[in-house]
Design a binder for this molecule. Structure first.
Ligand code: GAL
Length: 391
């Protein structure tokens, strides 16, 4: 009996050791160490995956998926987490700011899937608006919706408003209108073959989803200098990115949108604006497994976007240093300073997912990412100094 009890306790301890990332309580840090445990100010590994960062009144707010331990840990059992920081190294846990609910009739019932939450501030309405990829409970990834929530404060509570299949009834501005009525005999088309992909480029899936609205899976939201906001999402079975204009209050879609890289299979969009140009970093489409990142540049957010290839260089470049993009974070008070934020997913134990944060460099108009074991924001000052001395 006793030995059984001992065995059971040993098993429990083992299970706990596997499910929890090693935690170490540390004092304040001034370095970014990608791929490592990143303790918050309480000493717990930060739990904000697929995240994005908002800067507001002197503070950064990092929003992300709050994952749990073990194989079901990717479905949303708590909600969207938020951390705040003044220096981008030390993050204080602000708790769950959008909570899933027990009500089975709600779209955000416990057990749904909330991914890649992004929060923006609307200066006109003075509201914080959160958008996220929403999958309905028990339906896998078939819903492909985007949800929106609102709050008076960055640290919540956020109130869930609704979800969309964007742009129902509307045709993208950069696809010939003549294709809207193209007739295709689909019985002769096999999915994922070349002729099928060609038809996707020519609007096959746009037409399929025209009435009910376009799919919205991996996503981000971007606010331009003129206050207009754009929702960028993987649509058309993750084959094509859609860039959709949001209404003035950021709570709905205007119906104006463009396509980026039709049938190019881009996910995990992250965007920034630098010297009047827009830069996008995306991934390919291999689920939780990493693949090679892609980059694009454009003079207008609606495109046309020019592909610039894999921004990563050096060892690990082919797998984006074992990560997948989630956000390009502009560092305040520094010129040309952007952080590439990415996730190293751990699907078997999602809570243990790691963060890859790297300084985004530019060589001419090409964004470049190099692995760094450890770095600090001073790299941006050094870069500026060396550029100044060259002038
Ligand atoms: C990835 C995507 C993640 C998540 C995952 C599910 O491709 O970027 O956000 O949706 O697939 O397998």
């Amino acid at each position: 009996m006793r030995s059984w009890l001992g065995f059971l306790i040993l098993l429990l301890l083992l299970a706990r050791a596997i499910s929890l990332p090693a935690q170490k309580a540390e004092g304040p840090v001034a370095a970014i160490r990608s791929g490592e445990i990143w303790p918050d100010t309480d000493g717990n590994h930060i739990n904000a995956h697929g995240g994005g960062v908002l800067y507001h009144e002197g503070k950064y707010y990092w929003f992300g998926e709050h994952k749990t331990a073990g194989r079901g840990g990717n479905s949303t059992l708590f909600g969207v987490g938020c951390y705040s920081s003044g220096d981008l190294y030390n993050w204080q846990n602000e708790g769950i700011v959008l909570k899933v609910v027990d009500d089975e009739t709600s779209e955000i019932v416990k057990g749904c899937v909330i991914e890649r939450p992004k929060v923006v501030y609307n200066a006109k309405t003075r509201k914080f608006v959160m958008w996220f990829h929403l999958e309905l409970k028990g339906k896998g990834y078939e819903a492909a919706r985007t949800g929106v929530a609102i709050s008076d404060s960055p640290t919540g509570p956020f109130t869930y408003l609704t979800s969309y299949r964007p742009n129902a009834g509307d045709w993208p501005i950069n696809v010939p209108v003549s294709l809207k009525d193209k007739k295709v005999d689909e019985t002769k088309l096999e999915w994922w073959t070349k002729p099928w992909t060609k038809e996707v480029e020519e609007g096959l899936l746009l037409r399929r989803d025209l009435k009910e609205g376009q799919m919205a899976r991996d996503m981000t939201v971007f606010v331009d200098d003129d206050g207009k906001a754009y929702h960028i999402h993987s649509a058309e079975e993750n084959l094509t990115l859609h860039i959709s204009e949001l209404s003035d209050d950021y709570l709905s879609f205007t119906g104006k949108y463009s396509v980026l890289a039709p049938a190019g299979h881009n996910e995990a969009p992250a965007i920034c604006k630098r010297n009047g140009k827009y830069y996008m970093i995306t991934s390919g489409c291999t689920g939780w497994d990493p693949n090679a990142a892609r980059s694009f540049v454009a003079a207008s957010v609606m495109g046309p976007w020019k592909p610039l290839g894999n921004p990563c260089v050096g060892e690990g470049a082919e797998l984006t240093f074992e990560s997948q993009s989630t956000f390009l974070l502009p560092v305040q008070g520094k010129k040309d300073a952007y952080i590439f934020m990415a996730d190293r997913w751990r699907p078997k134990n999602p809570i243990d997912g790691r963060y890859v944060w790297l300084p985004l460099e530019f060589e001419g108009e090409k964004p470049v990412l190099r692995w760094q074991d450890e770095w600090s924001l001073e790299v941006f000052d050094k870069k500026q100094k060396s550029e100044a001395s060259l002038k």
